[in-house]
Design a protein around this ligand. Structure first.
Ligand SMILES: Nc1ncnc2c1ncn2[C@@H]1O[C@H](COP(=O)(O)OP(=O)(O)OP(=O)(O)O)[C@@H](O)[C@H]1O
Length: 553
């Protein structure tokens, strides 16, 4: 892009120098690139905010949505004072026609958004997609720019062509993607129009494709120009999965898509790395930048997936160094998650430029395709009994069981192995290979129960998980939403069972709010419990242990 020129709308470039005074009116300031300077009270506010997930009908006040016509309409008033000539009449006719078309387009967009429960805010949000085919065909969008410059009205009209290549649409069809999901309908045109965005859409709603598709379309073809796009994911498992998804979507087109593995960090000559899309955890990427002099100054697209997790205390410093290393002034950044606390949004705004906010459904809500249940088990011993009973009575594998920490994961694994359940376990103490095997075996149906810590609670796409059991109560509402979101993905139905003991009761209301917000039944007594500020609920719990009878005698 030429210096001094920036994207205003897709397909149109706007000369900042020539219209400098007008540009100032439209410009939003890019305030700071420094996440850490804004992060101070972030974690505290993230937790308390997520606790206060609102109930249906008790909507919190939100900032105004941008449903109004573009700012420039006011300029018509000032043209009234001009003398009436034939030329002026013609211009006014054209303007009236332009206005009509713009309103028609806005009406159409509003209908699509309403149908798919898409809420947007930001200036001049691009139209949502009606279907995938629209990405390819020529889309005549009348774009009106009204610039009131020294009493001169400029009226421009332009066509936009997304120009999706055939290989991508073929891959969608092969993967069985017939229609774009709501987040894809809105996020893809936003990114293709050169706009930054932060998006909140339910678990399993196709956010990965929403950011990979425009990236592949914009990068067009492989290049040897260093790293051109970066996707940051909070865990190695998610990074590996995202790399696999990227490759599937790019099939048939030669792109350099690389996963930042331990081996690559150690051995690669980064000065010669050809990489169109680099997928990594913040830790590995920070290491490569600092110790191996990886140059990210040409990165054009930066995606922060599971962005609220990336902004938590243990990762934010690493993320910050990646954001700083991606120093290309025309970079496009986008953030995605199923949970996006206001504090993260505020932080995001400080590093983003004229970003579009996209929310699908209710913000910070669980997927509506999951049937959620709470079961009281009294004490810790009651949990194992309840689990065994549930396996005996309503066994519907594959089942994902979440526990509080790796010690408890190991303990529960020993118990289930004793019961001859086809179970496996995944936690941070295992080697990378062991972790990969656990995930692969579960995916392939070789194991029926996977016992896990929160290490795989985010983003992992196990298509057929029928049931998620929260053996240990989750430590936040966000953790609950992500854990149970491993089932009920891509429109499938799922089930989530949360076991709770006396010690969890003070935090029940927070989960109950999430359940009620997604239409699940919750006993009235739970809804009348007082709201409690939730600071990472991780109580000391008794070991998971039931000795076999012969050992007790
Ligand atoms: N348009 C589509 N039609 C049908 N299935 C789709 C479509 N897009 C994506 N999927 C499938 O939906 C599943 C979930 O997608 P994805 O993992 O991107 O969800 P997500 O929104 O990122 O979830 P999470 O919040 O848990 O990370 C995947 O199996 C993916 O292949």
């Amino acid at each position: 892009m030429e210096k001094g020129t920036s994207f205003l709308f897709s397909g149109i470039t706007f000369n900042r120098k020539k219209f400098s005074s007008d540009f100032e009116r439209f410009k939003e300031k890019k305030e700071s690139n420094d996440l850490l300077s804004n992060e101070a009270s972030l974690i505290e506010s993230q937790n308390s905010e997520m606790d206060e997930i609102t109930m249906p009908g008790k909507k919190r006040k939100r900032k105004a949505m941008f449903l109004e016509p573009v700012e420039g309409f006011n300029v018509f008033k000032s043209s009234k004072s001009a003398p009436v000539t034939e030329e002026n009449n013609q211009t006014e006719d054209e303007i009236a026609q332009g206005k009509k078309e713009l309103y028609r387009k806005m009406e159409r967009d509003a209908l699509v958004r309403k149908k798919h429960n898409i809420h947007t805010s930001g200036s001049n949000v691009p139209s949502p997609l009606q279907d995938f085919a629209e990405l390819k065909s020529r889309v005549e969008i009348k774009v009106l720019i009204f610039i009131y410059l020294k009493h001169i009205l400029c009226y421009m009209d332009s066509g936009v062509r997304y120009g999706c290549k055939r290989y991508l649409l073929r891959n969608f069809a092969e993967l069985g993607f017939k229609e774009p999901t709501p987040i894809q309908r809105q996020a893809i045109p936003v990114l293709l129009s050169g706009r930054e965005c932060f998006a909140c859409a339910p678990t399993g709603s196709g956010k990965t494709l929403a950011f990979v598709c425009p990236m592949l379309m914009k990068l067009k073809h492989a290049s040897k120009d260093g790293v051109r796009a970066v996707i940051l994911c909070p865990t190695r498992e998610l990074a590996a999965q995202t790399a696999r998804e990227c490759k599937k979507l790019a099939k048939g087109k030669k792109f350099y898509i690389k996963l930042m593995t331990k081996q690559l960090v150690k051995s690669a000559d980064f000065s010669k790395l050809h990489c169109d899309i680099l997928i990594s955890t913040p830790f590995r990427l920070q290491f490569a930048i600092r110790k191996r002099k990886l140059d990210l100054s040409r990165v054009e697209y930066l995606v922060l997936d599971e962005s609220d997790k990336l902004f938590e205390l243990d990762l934010v410093e690493q993320v910050d160094s990646v954001v700083k290393a991606c120093s290309n002034p025309s970079i496009l950044r986008s953030l995605y998650s199923a949970t996006l606390p206001d504090s993260v949004e505020e932080l995001a705004r400080t590093i983003m430029h004229d970003a579009v906010r996209i929310i699908v459904g209710r913000k910070n809500a669980a997927s509506e395709s999951i049937k959620q249940k709470l079961i009281f088990v009294g004490s810790e011993e009651g949990k194992l009994l309840a689990l065994r009973q549930s396996f005996a009575e309503s066994w519907n594998p594959p089942v994902l069981v979440f526990v509080q920490n790796k010690e408890r994961a190991k303990e529960l694994y020993r118990e289930l192995a004793f019961d001859n359940v086809r179970a496996d376990v995944i936690h941070a103490d295992l080697s990378q290979i062991q972790r990969e095997n656990a995930v692969d075996n579960f995916r392939a149906g070789k194991t029926w129960v996977l016992i896990a810590t929160d290490v795989i609670a985010r983003g992992m796409d196990f298509k057929g998980v029928n049931c998620v059991i929260n053996y240990d109560f989750p430590d936040s509402a966000a953790a609950y939403i992500h854990r149970i979101g491993r089932s009920g993905r891509a429109g499938r139905s799922g089930e989530a069972i949360t076991l709770y003991t006396e010690s969890d009761v003070p935090f029940l209301r927070n989960i109950a709010n999430v359940m009620a917000a997604s239409g699940c039944e919750v006993p009235a007594w739970i809804m009348s419990l007082p709201k409690k500020k939730w600071k990472k609920h991780r109580p000391q719990r008794d070991a998971i242990l039931t000795k076999p009878k012969d050992e007790e005698e």
